[in-house]
Design a protein around this ligand. Structure first.
Ligand SMILES: O=C(O)C1=C[C@@H](OP(=O)(O)O)[C@@H](O)[C@H](O)C1
Ligand SMILES: C=C(OP(=O)(O)O)C(=O)O
Length: 440
């Protein structure tokens, strides 16, 4: 299915962001090894997080869904041997975090995923898990999925992350929950800390001091995570689509309610403010992760630079920041973002191609791109490929909405990976889009 975005006026209105994808994965995984029944409100029922739920239920956690509410009866750590391969679909987070839990179990599991996930690098989790004592076999030649893990008998390690990746950090911590001794992880740059927060909330013995995280393994037997209710905030990475669509278009005014404002995730607000966006935040009372409503009024934006320590904070918003750069006056530089090349698609080359199709001038670099703003954007000559990558498809839809010109995005099914209500929300804010059946 393709999607046509019609020319329309500036977006207006308010809506609630869907549940946070990163926190939903962690809620499912930690509840599965906790003692007792965890209730989860606001879980993201999108393809990625449903794949994680499915995996934990195959591993013996009891999962019940009642409307938007989820109940997960934990195994207390004793995940059971699965009777089939675990397919994490498109989800890097699901596959890499789950591997941390499987590394602790004395049986063999095969973890696989869709064609995109089977291209993504997995040696980054194999290396620390093997040092802890698990046997992890990846598929040659690229050390990718399918991955065969045989775990058990883990020893804690001290691990300096070679890449600033919250997935690798979390994988090591989840294994460390079951390892003998104190697991210590050092981050080269701050990346999202939802795992640390949730572990602390569920009673793990975890300490964070600057760039160092220490986690105690079980004193005896299993971990002592105790089920407690989890409320998942709205996903700032999903809210960001509307924030950018509104910020870059004079006349737009959009409020996104209930958005998670974890300081390691909210860099998109800093970037947009640097570009001149008008943003007002109303914080809300919340336990756990900080939360608030975000109001954005549209203006003409200016270019900016995004690099260094800011990159992990905005890693999933970079396609959108590139789109904002094409809409801004002046130059936008994105550097130190080579990780984008190993996401669901090569997001540097995908966004370069899309922005050029809209008429923007872009220099592609190995670790980012340089975008000359101020170009007169136009309708692309042909439907833009979605590259099977939800963020690319949605960022390009937003670019069309923000400049008010028609465009067609191909194969938009990938949007369900993280944001199944995306088109509905687009319409709720006054956008006009149409599904187009494409004959095979
Ligand atoms: O831990 C997480 O939930 C995530 C970490 C990031 O990946 P990396 O750890 O590969 O940087 C991010 O891109 C992904 O969407 C979610
Ligand atoms: C990179 C992403 O997710 P994952 O790594 O979990 O596939 C994303 O959602 O942009």
């Amino acid at each position: 299915m393709n999607r046509a975005i019609d020319a329309a006026g500036p977006l207006q209105g308010r809506l609630s962001a869907p549940g946070d994808k990163s926190i939903s994965h962690r809620a499912a995984l930690l509840a599965a090894v906790a003692e007792g029944v965890t209730t989860v409100e606001g879980y993201l029922f999108a393809d990625d997080c449903c794949a994680t739920l499915n995996a934990v239920s195959v591993l013996g956690a009891r999962v019940r869904r009642d409307g938007d509410r989820l109940e997960i009866e934990g195994t207390g750590g004793a995940l059971s041997e699965p009777d089939r391969e675990l397919d994490l679909g498109n989800s890097g987070t699901g596959a890499r975090l789950l591997a941390g839990l499987l590394a602790a179990r004395p049986f063999e599991t095969v973890v696989t995923g869709d064609a995109s996930l089977r291209r993504r690098p997995m040696s980054r989790i194999r290396d620390p898990l093997e040092r802890m004592g698990a046997a992890v076999e990846l598929t040659p030649p690229g050390d990718t999925l399918p991955m065969r893990i045989r775990g058990g008998g883990l020893e804690a390690i001290e691990y300096a992350l070679p890449v600033a990746s919250a997935q690798v950090k979390s994988c090591v911590l989840l294994a460390g929950l079951f390892a003998r001794g104190t697991t210590c992880v050092l981050e080269p740059r701050p990346c999202r800390d939802h795992t640390e927060r949730l572990l602390a909330y569920l009673g793990a013995d975890i300490r964070v001091d600057g760039d160092t995280i220490e986690l105690e393994g079980p004193a005896s037997g299993g971990p002592r995570l105790r089920a407690r209710p989890i409320v998942v905030p709205g996903d700032i990475s999903s809210a960001a689509f509307w924030l950018v669509a509104a910020a870059a278009r004079p006349g737009a005014e959009v409020t996104i309610e209930g958005v998670g404002l974890n300081p390691r995730r909210s860099g998109i607000l800093d970037v947009l403010r640097r570009m001149g966006a008008e943003i007002e935040i109303t914080e809300r009372e919340a336990e756990g992760e900080p939360l608030g409503d975000i109001l954005v009024r549209g203006r003409t934006l200016n270019g900016t630079e995004v690099a260094g320590a800011e990159i992990p904070n905005v890693i999933d918003e970079l396609p959108l920041i590139a789109a904002a750069g094409a809409l801004a006056e002046g130059r936008t530089e994105i550097r130190d973002a080579e990780e984008l090349r190993v996401k669901e698609s090569d997001r540097i080359s995908a966004m370069t191609a899309h922005l050029r199709a809209f008429g923007a001038q872009v220099d592609e670099r190995e670790d980012g791109m340089s975008i000359a703003g101020g170009a007169r954007l136009q309708t692309p000559d042909a439907p833009l490929p979605g590259y099977g990558d939800h963020r690319i498809a949605m960022a390009s839809a937003v670019l069309a909405a923000a400049c008010g010109i028609p465009a067609e995005i191909a194969d938009v099914g990938c949007v369900d990976t993280s944001y199944p209500q995306f088109w509905e929300h687009f319409a709720a804010l006054g956008g006009s889009t149409r599904g187009i059946e494409v004959n095979p």
